[in-house]
Design a protein around this ligand. Structure first.
Ligand SMILES: Cc1cc2nc3c(=O)[nH]c(=O)nc-3n(C[C@H](O)[C@H](O)[C@H](O)COP(=O)(O)O)c2cc1C
Length: 187
């Protein structure tokens, strides 16, 4: 695929439409080479990725459910079960986070999060280039210490999102995009 065609053709697929095939662990490693090319002040390599597939998605769902029950004790069982089912929507979930270096003299945490977001975007483009479909999602679990800790994150670390990956079982209509001229000025 031509590079511009790829970049201008990527769009997210709702997680519920993602089915097998998803990339193998080896393919994920290859695709992650693009993430290693994200802009990265201080070469801190703050990005971290965790493969969650098969039964581990259920484990993640259990973490989501338990965290919701603690966060919102008044949540109904239907809401808790909905949270539990979230990671099951796609065959592969990649947790993406920034392992933050605190008190760095030149690179504040926000720059480390930006670098990790850029790494995630490179990965989304690479997935598209290889014919896979994906979506980055966050929601309350990303900001919940009871989700971060069991995944191995420290409180200082920022969970950037969960990239749900697979192959779209049906085409999503191409979204109309804004006119970039509306977002550009010349100073
Ligand atoms: C940091 C971040 C968090 C997001 N979290 C969610 C989310 O929790 N749920 C969701 O449906 N979309 C979420 N999105 C939006 C989707 O990833 C996606 O960008 C959106 O559906 C638009 O699709 P597009 O990528 O084709 O423009 C998030 C996007 C970003 C950048």
């Amino acid at each position: 695929m031509d590079a511009m065609e790829c970049l201008m053709g990527r769009q997210s697929t709702p997680a519920g439409l993602l089915v097998e095939p998803a990339p193998s662990d080896g393919e994920v490693l290859t695709l992650l080479q693009t993430a290693m090319r994200a802009p990265d002040h201080g070469a801190l390599r703050p990005w971290r990725f965790l493969i969650i597939r098969g039964g581990r998605r259920q484990d993640l769902g259990d973490i989501f459910a338990a965290a919701l029950a603690r966060r919102e004790p008044e949540a109904g069982s239907d809401e808790v079960e909905k949270a539990r089912g979230k990671p099951m929507r796609a065959p592969l979930v990649l947790a993406v986070w920034a392992e933050i270096v605190e008190n760095h003299p030149k690179v504040p945490p926000i720059e480390q999060v930006v670098a990790t977001g850029a790494a995630a975007q490179n990965l989304l483009n690479a997935l598209h280039a290889q014919g896979y479909d994906a979506i980055l999602v966050t929601g309350a679990p990303c900001y919940d210490e009871n989700v971060k800790a069991p995944l191995g994150l420290a409180p200082k670390d920022t969970l950037v999102g969960f990239i749900h990956i697979g192959t779209a079982k049906q085409m999503t209509p191409m979204k109309k995009r804004p006119d970039p001229a509306d977002y550009l000025q010349t100073w």
